[in-house]
Design a protein around this ligand. Structure first.
Ligand SMILES: C[C@@]1(CC(=O)O)C2=NC(=C\c3[nH]c(c(CCC(=O)O)c3CC(=O)O)Cc3[nH]c(c(CC(=O)O)c3CCC(=O)O)/C=C3\N/C(=C\2)[C@@H](CCC(=O)O)[C@]3(C)CC(=O)O)/[C@H]1CCC(=O)O
Ligand SMILES: NC(=O)c1ccc[n+]([C@@H]2O[C@H](COP(=O)([O-])OP(=O)(O)OC[C@H]3O[C@@H](n4cnc5c(N)ncnc54)[C@H](O)[C@@H]3O)[C@@H](O)[C@H]2O)c1
Length: 192
């Protein structure tokens, strides 16, 4: 069963807590900031990798706290990514966050995640997020590479032109939809 519902978050409007500052903490903070450089993030861990400390020097909205997780760290947070190397502590933190109605990702335990991070193909304004439903992050990463090669680089121009058309079109909503579908039908037309 694949019941995941994909959404695209504006992380600059949310406050994300990352618990753990090791390899996985670094992977997750990198994923967050690569996609959402203006995201507000607090990371708490007694030991924080140098690469994360370097990131914090150039990212004003990234705050580091050098100690173990405390429940108050969840105050005023929207999302939590839990990535300590203590599985039981990860589960404990996730349960506290759930009681507080926050969305939780626990890097080492997919079964108790409310959301997964995805592999991301980016071409300007286009973003394609890939998930394997937790089956194989490695496959997601490879598919990202395949799709990145396959998608043409001039999509940005097409998007800009379509946006201009979209703004120019008059008429009611149904007429606009018809016209946009007509213009873009060449994209899905098979070979003649
Ligand atoms: C996509 C990506 C996004 C990101 O993290 O930014 C991501 N993992 C990435 C890479 C990656 N992760 C792992 C490897 C090693 C090889 C392998 O195991 O395949 C590699 C490959 C590599 O690094 O080369 C190990 C691993 N990952 C999870 C577990 C726990 C478990 O499965 O039990 C373990 C075993 C830990 C252990 O054994 O100790 C769990 C999750 N990893 C997810 C996402 C979520 C499911 C996504 C989906 O639905 O596909 C989920 C469920 C939760 C989450 O983390 O959100 C990112 C690709 C970035 C890119 O595109 O370059
Ligand atoms: N989802 C994924 O993509 C993925 C990939 C690899 C590993 N994992 C799993 O993620 C976990 C973390 O691995 P790692 O390589 O980052 O470990 P690591 O040893 O490099 O780092 C652990 C971090 O957790 C911190 N920490 C420990 N207890 C803490 C606490 N109570 N509060 C706050 N921080 C605390 C440490 O200070 C350190 O910063 C492991 O269980 C691993 O199996 C997940």
């Amino acid at each position: 069963m694949n019941n995941l519902f994909p959404i695209f978050l504006k992380l600059e409007n949310l406050h994300t807590l990352i618990v753990g500052g090791g390899y996985v903490g670094l992977e997750k903070i990198t994923a967050v900031l690569d996609n959402s450089p203006q995201a507000t993030v607090t990371l708490v861990a007694p030991e924080i990798r140098d690469e994360i400390q370097e990131l914090a020097q150039v990212r004003e909205r990234l705050t580091l706290i050098f100690r173990k997780f405390e429940e108050q760290d969840l105050d005023a947070k929207d999302l939590v990514i839990v990535a300590t190397n203590d599985k039981l502590e990860n589960q404990r933190i996730a349960s506290i966050a759930r009681v507080r109605h926050m969305l939780v990702n626990v890097a080492d335990t997919p079964a108790i995640c409310d959301f997964y991070l995805s592999s991301v193909v980016r071409k300007g304004n286009l973003k394609v997020a890939i998930s394997t439903n937790g089956m194989s992050p490695t496959l997601a990463k490879r598919l990202k590479e395949v799709l990145g090669e396959a998608l043409p680089d001039n999509l940005e121009t097409a998007m800009e032109q379509l946006r201009a058309v979209r703004e120019m079109l008059s008429g009611d909503f149904a007429q606009k939809v018809d016209e946009l579908n007509r213009i873009t039908s060449v994209l899905t037309a098979g070979p003649k």
